[in-house]
Design a protein around this ligand. Structure first.
Ligand code: FES
Length: 152
């Protein structure tokens, strides 16, 4: 097993379209990170994959457009089309495997990558700069479930 936190499975990322989680970076600040489908063998691929997934892989990126601080996943999954991440603000398209953008307002930029690894179909966070906090966005533990520690 890779030395990292198990996040999810390749099947789930491909089935649901994306996976969002929150991690603490080396400056002790929370960052949202997205894991998106990426096929092994795609051009310029940075796919994390293994034999158990039949070539299906994933890649992970900071959940923020390089043009302005727009989140890709605002709580309803990452908007994607044909292997590209769509920025919901101005519509720039980023390659889900390489993180590169060659169009629109964000043209010429590349998303900051987060290292993940795949083993036996499970996805692990293996980036030294990030420590897993919880599934979902930064605010995901606000709301009704945050009162669940109250006993009756
Ligand atoms: S904020 Fe993403 S293209 Fe402008």
């Amino acid at each position: 097993m890779p030395a990292g936190t198990e996040l999810t499975t390749v099947d789930r990322v491909h089935g649901e379209g994306s996976f969002l989680f929150t991690a603490t970076n080396s400056f002790d600040m929370d960052e949202e990170i997205i894991v998106v489908p990426c096929e092994d063998g795609d051009a310029g691929t940075d796919a994390a994959t293994d034999g158990a997934t039949g070539g299906a892989g994933v890649a992970a990126w900071i959940n923020r457009c390089t043009h302005e601080a727009q989140r890709f996943d605002t709580g309803r999954g990452v908007p994607m089309r044909d292997g590209e991440i769509i920025c919901p603000k101005h519509g720039s398209l980023f390659d889900a495997c390489s993180g590169e953008c060659d169009n629109g307002e964000a043209a010429g930029t590349t998303l900051p990558e987060v290292d993940v690894a795949v083993e036996d179909g499970a996805v692990y966070l293996v980036d030294d700069e990030y420590e897993f906090e919880h599934e979902g966005g930064i605010d995901a533990d606000d709301g009704p479930s945050s009162t669940s520690h109250i006993g009756f």
